[in-house]
Each structure stands twice: as structure tokens, then as C-alpha cells.
Design a protein around this ligand. Structure first.
Ligand SMILES: C[S@@+](CC[C@H](N)C(=O)[O-])C[C@H]1O[C@@H](n2cnc3c(N)ncnc32)[C@H](O)[C@@H]1O
Length: 205
């Protein structure tokens, strides 16, 4: 089995092109955060950094925006693209965030929570809860396991054939958030190129 980070290192440049089609879904989830007032924003598994740029446009005034990813290549691509003094990039593990507790107004995850096994999803959400400020908010966009559709069936079939490449496993986001100790504040189901996605914002319960 290909180590997940090796795979993202290998395909980082191709993923950069692919990630552009996610812009609508990422905007949808960002709209659930009160980013105008946010001073500290963390994108976990930031990939090539699209959400960092979109969040940067929404956040007004002085702010501290951090993108964290385990893949060196993803961090390098993000760095090439984002020269803004507001954006800081860190190579690190989502399950062991190298960040202080109680320090972020907003935490963001796009197409990353569903990469992890069930037990690790709870570990990741525990880390999110630790770094969020008491009144901070989490927003997530993920592939949704609920509504059946033809593109979803095709995706699941391809995933069985290429599990190392198509490694986002659709999840019931609201249930994962609840199991991880988060209360959903807002949520919306949508489609991304025929695949069902859910956006949600949540706070620790
Ligand atoms: C499907 S991509 C999503 C990238 C980006 N959030 C987006 O929506 O375009 C998942 C990202 O999570 C990163 N990742 C995987 N495991 C990780 C871990 N344990 N810690 C931090 N990042 C991780 C990968 O390197 C990859 O960049």
C-alpha cells in the first residue's frame, strides 16, 4: 500500500489543477464561518492552498492564516502560490498538531477528514477541539456517504480498483462530527461534479 503522504507528494502538481474544481464547495463551507471577524484561521490538510487564498479574501484586517499539510510537495506548491504575509505554511501531522491550544477562531477541513479511519477521525477532531478557542468554529466539506447516485457508484468502484489514489472515503459528516464531540451549527448538501458533498460548521458540544 502506498503511504498516503507519498501519494500526495507524487501527485501534488496534478492535484493543484484538480483542486480548482473544488472552489465552489470550498466557498460553500467557508461561508459558514464568520471570517470577517476571524483573526486566526487554520486549514488542516491544506493541499495546494486554494482555501487559504479564498479565506484570505474574506478575512478583513490583521490576521494570522495557517495552512498545515503533511506533504512537503503540497507545502512547496502552496508557498509558490501564496506570497501573502498573512499566510504561513507548516509541514505537520493533523493527528498531532504542532500548534498551541485555544489559539484559533476558525479551523477548516476540505476533503481531508474522510481520508482517515473512523478512530483517527475522532483523534483529528480532538486535536481540532484543542486548538480552537472556546467560541471558535470548525467548518468542513467532505464527500457524503448518504445519497446514492450514479457518479458516486462509479467513484466507489474506481476506489476499489485504485484505493491508494482515490483515498477519500465518503462519510456521514454530521455523524462523524457528533461522534467527535462537535455540535453542527449549519449544514448543506450539494453536488460536486455529480458527487454528493456536505458542508457543515460546528462548535464543540
Ligand atoms: C484530498 S487532499 C485535500 C487538499 C485540500 N484541502 C483541498 O480541498 O484541495 C488531502 C490533503 O491532506 C493531506 N494529508 C493527508 N494526511 C495528512 C496528515 N496526517 N496530516 C496533515 N495532512 C495530511 C494530504 O497531503 C493532502 O494535501
Amino acid at each position: 500500500m502506498v503511504e498516503m503522504t507519498d501519494m500526495y507528494d507524487k501527485f501534488a502538481y496534478a492535484y493543484r489543477l484538480f483542486s480548482k474544481i473544488e472552489a465552489g464547495a470550498i466557498e460553500g463551507a467557508l461561508s459558514f464561518l464568520d471570517l470577517g471577524d476571524s483573526k486566526t484561521f487554520l486549514d488542516i490538510g491544506c493541499g495546494p492552498g486554494l482555501a487559504l487564498r479564498l479565506a484570505g479574501h474574506r478575512i478583513k484586517g490583521p490576521s494570522f492564516i495557517i495552512g498545515l499539510d503533511r506533504s512537503r510537495q503540497m507545502i512547496d506548491i502552496s508557498r509558490e502560490k501564496h506570497h501573502s504575509f498573512k499566510i504561513h505554511l507548516i509541514q505537520g501531522d493533523a493527528l498531532k498538531l504542532p500548534l498551541a491550544s485555544d489559539s484559533f477562531d476558525s479551523v477548516f477541513l476540505s476533503f481531508t477528514l474522510e481520508l482517515f479511519e473512523k478512530k483517527e477521525q475522532s483523534m483529528l477532531l480532538e486535536e481540532v477541539a484543542r486548538v480552537l478557542k472556546e467560541d471558535g468554529k470548525l467548518a468542513v466539506v467532505s464527500l457524503n456517504s448518504l445519497p446514492p447516485s450514479l457518479p458516486k457508484r462509479i467513484y466507489e468502484m474506481l476506489r476499489m480498483i485504485f484505493p491508494d489514489v482515490l483515498n477519500c472515503r465518503p462519510i456521514d459528516l454530521i455523524e462523524v462530527l457528533r461522534d467527535g464531540g462537535f455540535e453542527t451549527l449549519n449544514s448543506r448538501d450539494d453536488m460536486l461534479w455529480g458527487l454528493p458533498v456536505t458542508y457543515a460548521s460546528a462548535k464543540t458540544s
